[in-house]
Design a protein around this ligand. Structure first.
Ligand SMILES: N=c1c2ncn([C@@H]3O[C@H](COP(=O)(O)OP(=O)(O)OP(=O)(O)O)[C@@H](O)[C@H]3O)c2ncn1[C@@H]1O[C@H](COP(=O)(O)O)[C@@H](O)[C@H]1O
Length: 109
């Protein structure tokens, strides 16, 4: 598993919060604000769904991998914009390890 990739990317994203928007895509997203970042998350979610459907039809999963990477990346930018990192999400997933999905759902407020 490449868990260090997430940590390295999170460190880069943190650094880009104070970078120049003209030389950094991430800095340009931060400068445009949360609504633009959420727009990208929505766009990449849709593209991921379409790529998953296409993968079933074509048997080729390469676009699905590419679009999912775009989606994960933009959700990490969203989290970073709100001063959260991947650790918070990984901690939550780890907390759920011993819970079945149905049990976890029943425990939600
Ligand atoms: N992993 C990524 C990554 N994945 C996708 N993208 C960018 O996300 C965008 C994908 O959205 P689109 O295809 O819709 O692109 P677009 O048409 O340019 O976007 P819009 O103008 O429509 O908003 C592209 O510009 C991709 O280059 C990424 N940009 C950066 N990273 C990582 O973030 C680091 C910092 O990037 P910079 O801030 O650019 O230095 C990089 O070193 C990478 O590790």
């Amino acid at each position: 598993m490449h868990t260090n990739v997430l940590a390295e990317l999170a460190a880069t994203l943190e650094q880009r919060k104070s970078a120049n928007a003209d030389s950094s895509y991430v800095a340009s997203l931060h400068s445009k604000g949360l609504n633009k970042i959420l727009e990208k998350v929505g766009e990449e979610s849709t593209e991921t769904i379409i790529a998953a459907k296409d993968a079933v039809l074509s048997g080729d999963k390469s676009d699905l991998i590419y679009e999912t990477a775009d989606l994960w990346f933009h959700t990490l930018v969203m989290l970073s914009h709100l001063d959260l990192g991947p650790d918070a999400i990984l901690d939550e997933l780890a907390r759920r390890f011993d819970l079945s999905g149905l049990e976890e759902k029943a425990n939600r407020n």
